[in-house]
Design a protein around this ligand. Structure first.
Ligand code: IMP
Ligand code: MG
Length: 177
């Protein structure tokens, strides 16, 4: 998709500062729990990498890739696991790391799937929260930023697989045809 970066929403310094703050309290909460950090692919890979390096506690890091499928015009809320965890999470403390919660459908289903595996606990940490678009009954335990209903890119997030490498978060403006 062709378009422009309309505005920088959060600079790399703003992101870094928020991550340091969140990492401090997460490290305190999980320091004796050897948590399983579940990075949701692909969007959360940069956030997760920066967050866990700031947390600096014993943990297992694993990756999961889920995507919505079904009716392609209306989000059906069905979720397909494209890449599952390698780790058995039974009895473990799980922390899901998300890039952004929009409708919440993907995460709602993902949480349901992971809870069936009987973890000791399961919490969600998201970099961005777009609460105005929520349709599923789900909220993060930790959110770093709340944002308006704009399409954002960078710092792991894409539009058509581009812009993930930007060190900041920008608002994407599609170019009219
Ligand atoms: P949801 O199921 O509607 O909450 O959206 C799930 C996923 O869609 C997020 O984890 C992101 O990967 C992607 N997504 C939602 N909004 C945006 C956005 O503004 N920019 C980039 N990706 C987004
Ligand atoms: Mg995501």
């Amino acid at each position: 998709m062709k378009g422009n970066i309309k505005e920088i929403l959060f600079t790399r310094e703003q992101i870094r500062d928020k991550i340091a703050e969140a990492a401090r309290s997460l490290a305190e909460e999980y320091k004796d729990k050897d948590p399983v950090i579940v990075c949701t692919l692909k969007g959360a890979f940069i956030f997760c990498a920066d967050l866990i390096r700031e947390m600096d506690i014993p943990c297992t890091v694993d990756f999961i890739s889920a995507s919505s499928y079904g009716d392609d015009t209306v989000s059906s809320g069905n979720v397909m696991i494209k890449k599952d965890l390698d780790t058995d999470i039974k009895g473990r403390h799980v922390l899901i790391i998300e890039d952004i919660i929009d409708s919440g459908n993907t995460l709602y289903k993902l949480k349901e799937i992971l809870l069936k595996r009987n973890p000791a606990s399961l919490k969600i940490c998201t970099l961005l929260d777009k609460p105005s678009r929520r349709t599923a009954d789900i909220n993060p335990d930790v959110r770093l930023f709340t944002i308006p209903d704009k399409f954002v890119i960078g710092y792991g997030m894409d539009v058509a697989e581009k812009y993930r490498q930007l060190p900041y978060i920008g608002i994407f403006e599609p170019l009219g045809e």
